[in-house]
Design a protein around this ligand. Structure first.
Ligand SMILES: [Mg+2]
Length: 251
């Protein structure tokens, strides 16, 4: 399918709590960005809405985030059980967290290289060590976007890591996992299987989830500013997402 321009995209149809499965991004979709990821906290209103909606949907609602599951739990106070963290490197379907790898050594080596560049003033980023991924945030220093891109490519090649680029962030990750894998994995198991999937997200990395959902016969909702997208519908901001979810709960 050709990418859509969001300027031509309509608001989404109502959520069907009995027939849909929901895959939600966190930052920029459910909650607004802050200068630092650890400053983000969901309102009690949002936490309660997600808990209630999960109940109504028989649990068929999952968070698919670039954050670790531990970090996502801090933001949402653990409101959702089903979470894929670090773009699908880790996943929780019940109490236990499964990980596709536990080898943190390449990430630690990449962290050492990054710190060395920062010490030499060759790079200026906020570094987020996720254990199984390394995020280089340049939100506070956008003029370092190209320098960060070049440094990340170098470091990734040196340590056999992959690169995922998002809004004001470049991530070094283990393996080739994307949000598409996270969606596909959840859709293979109850309570997601046999439901029609909807993905919502704001970032470039969410496009992987949008394409995966389309392959499964579902549709996606782009949140925020217009861009080329595989999503069929759009909502302008996190508040509109909240209202759409709330309307779904009350339907
Ligand atoms: Mg996002």
């Amino acid at each position: 399918m050709e990418p859509n321009q969001t300027t031509t995209l309509a608001p989404p149809p109502p959520l069907d709590v009995c027939g849909n499965a929901l895959f939600l991004d966190l930052d920029g979709t459910l909650v607004d960005f802050a200068a630092h990821p650890e400053q983000v906290l969901a309102s009690k209103e949002l936490q309660q809405l997600l808990t209630s909606l999960s109940g109504r949907m028989n649990g068929a609602i999952a968070l698919i985030t670039g954050r670790t599951i531990a970090s996502a739990d801090q933001v949402l106070d653990g409101a959702l059980v089903h979470v894929a963290g670090i773009h699908g490197v880790e996943r929780r379907t019940g109490k236990a967290i499964e990980r596709t790898s536990n080898d943190t050594a390449p990430i630690q080596a990449a962290l050492g290289d990054t710190r060395a560049l920062i010490a030499k003033c060759a790079l200026q980023v906020d570094v987020e060590d996720k254990g199984l991924a390394l995020a280089l945030h340049y939100r506070r220093m956008p003029e370092f976007a190209d320098a960060t891109r070049r440094a990340a490519a170098d470091i990734a090649q040196r340590h056999g890591l992959s690169i995922l680029e998002g809004k004001m962030v470049i991530e070094l990750t283990l393996g080739q996992r994307t949000k598409a894998d996270a969606v596909t994995d959840f859709m293979a198991i109850p309570p997601f299987a046999n439901r029609n999937p909807i993905a919502m997200g704001d970032d470039i990395t969410d496009e992987d989830a949008f394409r995966a959902v389309a392959k499964l016969g579902g549709h996606s909702i782009l949140v925020g500013a217009p861009r080329d997208t595989a999503a069929r519908y759009c909502l302008p901001n996190t508040r509109a997402v909240f209202m759409w979810l709330k309307a779904g709960l009350e339907s």
